[in-house]
Design a binder for this molecule. Sequence first.
Ligand code: SF4
Length: 365
Amino acid sequence: MARFNDDPAQMAALRSRLRAWYRQNRRDLPWRRSTDPYAIWVSEIMLQQTRVAVVVDRYQEFMQRFPTLVALALATEQEVLAMWSGLGYYRRARMLHKTAQFVAEHLGGNLPARAEELQALPGIGAYTAAAVASIAHAEPVAVVDGNVERVLCRLAGWDAGSRKGGGAALRRKIEALAARLLDPAHPGDSNQAIMELGATVCAPRGPQCLLCPLQPDCKTRGEHKTPKRAPMTSRIVAYALSVRTGKHRGPGWREVLLQQRPADHSVMPGMWELPSLIRADLSPGQVRMTVRHAIMQVNYYVRIRTVFEDDIDALTVAGGDRLWAPLRDVPGMALTGLARKVLARAHLLPAPPLDTLAPAPESPQ
Ligand code: SF4
């Protein structure tokens, strides 16, 4: 068979093989059991820049807590951030919440059906609009995310690295090819098929070409250029863990000292974290635990020191609102992913899912 040449017969064959492959290989994911546009919208936002394994549990908890768009709109931002804690990229949660409030207030709580109308809403971009409209309403509009872009560039033999500089022209070619490859009779499955192929077979590194339904027509078959990973850097930081009992509150009552990040801060505004220590160069005897936490391209080696209440002012960096938070209330607070991780390791919170303990490249925003 000829390698990729973009003729209509080849497109039809690719479409059909892709669909058959998806029917046999699609992962059973909770959002794939629903055609509710709100549920699909939430999943698409969560899945941006976050691994499926991390999203699965968090998605189900989020949907139990906010089963409808109106329930989400009526929540406070702190409640939404609390349910998002550990997923990173908190700006996504804020935008999701604000858009839900807009839709509840101006559109009676109903998301528009068409991609064009969805994209006109504040906080919904072209990718999300196409995904929701095609999956929930079978609108024949192609999605292009990072996975789709990689698969199509490899299939057609285009150098994805050339996006720098001549990027707009290549982007238009990719979008046009995605539209030609879309199965108009099954646009939702067709879009999910190519995204699934990129996520599971045509992976960024080590594509499994022998398992790929596009392999007979693929121009590169693994012989593509692989973009270099940005190098990780390391930083050492240190935080105070202060826990006090409240005998006047009854037996077993415990509170932990948390500090709120300023509301106008560009990084994780309004979220709760442990107070920073003035000095990170602790002696081995002062380190209660060390936690590794990755944010973007930085590996943080986090040292945690137990600090008694009387020493807090002398040892920690002043600033931000502080709160002695009862441990029973802490799980429902908008904690940073790192604070949640440390408190879980100290057995002060239920442990997060194992996968979220891995140093995933989160964003702090
Ligand atoms: S044959 Fe290999 S490189 Fe080509 S699309 Fe399939 S997995 Fe990707």
